[in-house]
Design a binder for this molecule. Structure first.
Ligand code: 5AD
Ligand code: SF4
Length: 427
């Protein structure tokens, strides 16, 4: 979400004639686009900001802006604590940068000027310029905010209420991407399954997928993230029946214990979650499934934790993102009793990761000798001699190929499977 927000910020600068700096101290403006999902992300921002104090002392004309969820959370307080910040805007007000630059206010901006952190009701229907990082795959926002209020999560407070973009705007953006040569779109929302709920149009997420599927040139469609409580049979059928929709489902379970799930305010039991997974697997046997896990949530006992481990063994995810519970300002979980100590959290995290590494590795090994189709994205980061792409199931495949392969669907035979990637040869 934040990566794509940064692409919008860059898009606004590019449209108004600004160029990207070399990153070697030649910038006139620096925007820190912040994340506050966990404490670690916040720490990173504050240490980056500390470094910028020096840069500002060396160059008083340098403008420093803070964007994203910390900007929303802290608002004007940031000016007080860090008087060298010039401008603050939240994730619902990225367009404010446009107004500011067009009025050339950026050049004359003074400290302690108004911040742009109020929820802007027009934001979902705005079409902002985007400077995209790649040429094959593109992020497309379909909705903003979240109404779920999971008790650990800061997002509903920083990104505001859930609002969907009109489907015609999304369609036009995808059509434009196709015309520009993009092959894959990745639809973004905190809970894509509730897409359309508050729109005047009669549309839901599966219907949006059918609509976007018509666009010629777009070969693949992905989406993140789905909330298990809203994950429907209708969506499973759309994924099964629409060939461009990738066979990968990211469905955050968070925990395997019903006690913990209730404390998290997730609104499903493990059994209900598992039934949806079984339905998904029976409809789409080749589906890859990934999840998010939080360990050490307040009140999580050893027994509760065992149930998370059991869930991982039972479901056999293709991959997981696992986190230690992190206290977030303003959230309900802060007030819960029995917070788990840091050592215990770390132990649980490494146990979860160890178990999953085995599962992921064994799953990848099964692909050795098989031929898979990948969408080629460009040179591999790890080995510039090789190209990299992904299978429909979102597995990374590296192989030797020519640059004319980039942007194409290519068949590759898997020779060697590792934990995080596969290597193969072109067929
Ligand atoms: N602590 C730890 N992990 C969190 N997540 C969200 N909030 C927290 C928190 N306070 C994780 C959830 C979510 C993912 C995006 O981040 O697992 O699915
Ligand atoms: Fe946070 Fe829950 Fe909303 Fe996801 S669904 S953004 S975890 S509140």
């Amino acid at each position: 979400m934040n990566v794509h927000d940064s692409e919008k910020i860059a898009g606004i600068f590019a449209e108004s004639g600004h160029e990207e700096s070399t990153g070697k101290g030649d910038a006139d403006v620096i925007v820190l686009n912040t994340c506050s999902i966990r404490e670690k992300a916040e720490h990173k921002f504050y240490s980056d900001l500390g470094r910028l104090k020096k840069a500002k002392a060396n160059n008083p004309d340098l403008k420093i802006a803070v964007a994203g969820c910390i900007a929303q959370q802290e608002g004007k307080k940031l000016f007080k604590r860090f008087p060298y910040i010039d401008f603050v805007f939240g994730p619902n007000n990225i367009d404010s940068l446009q107004t500011l630059i067009n009025g050339n206010a950026l050049a004359t901006l003074k400290r302690h000027q108004p911040t742009f952190i109020d929820v802007n009701p027009d934001y979902p229907s705005m079409v902002l310029p985007v400077k995209r990082a790649g040429e094959v795959k593109a992020w497309v926002s379909i909705m903003y905010g979240c109404d779920n209020f999971c008790s650990y999560c800061v997002v509903p407070y920083t990104r505001g209420r859930e609002r969907s973009r009109p489907s015609t705007d999304i369609y036009k953006e995808a059509e434009k991407l196709a015309a520009e040569g993009f092959k894959e779109i990745n639809l973004l929302g905190q809970n894509v399954n509730s897409y359309g709920r508050k729109l005047d149009e009669d549309i839901d997420f599966p219907a949006l997928l059918y609509k976007l599927h018509e666009i010629e040139g777009i070969e693949r469609i992905r989406f993140v993230t789905s909330h298990p409580k809203d994950f429907s049979e209708k969506l499973i059928e759309a994924m099964r029946d629409l060939p461009k929709v990738c066979k990968h489902m990211h469905l955050p379970v968070q925990a395997g214990s019903d006690n913990v799930l209730a404390l998290m305010n997730r609104k499903y039991t493990y059994k209900e979650y598992k039934e949806k997974i079984d339905l998904l697997k029976s409809n789409i046997p080749e589906i890859a499934i990934t999840t998010d896990i939080i360990v050490g949530f307040p009140g999580e006992t050893d027994e509760d934790f065992r149930l998370t481990m059991k869930a991982l063994s039972e479901i056999e995810y293709d991959g997981i993102f696992a986190f230690k519970y992190s206290k977030r300002p303003g959230t309900k979980a802060l007030e819960l009793p029995d917070h788990v100590d840091e050592d215990n959290k770390s132990e649980r995290l490494s146990e979860v990761q160890k178990l999953q590494e085995n599962i992921t590795y064994n799953k990848n090994k099964l692909l050795e000798g098989r031929t898979v189709e990948i969408l080629v994205e460009g040179a591999s980061d790890a080995d510039k001699e090789k190209l990299t792409g992904r299978t429909t199931t979102n597995k990374i495949v590296n192989y030797y190929g020519g640059s004319s392969d980039i942007g194409k669907l290519i068949n590759v035979k898997i020779l060697d499977a590792k934990m995080h990637s596969l290597s193969g040869e072109k067929r």
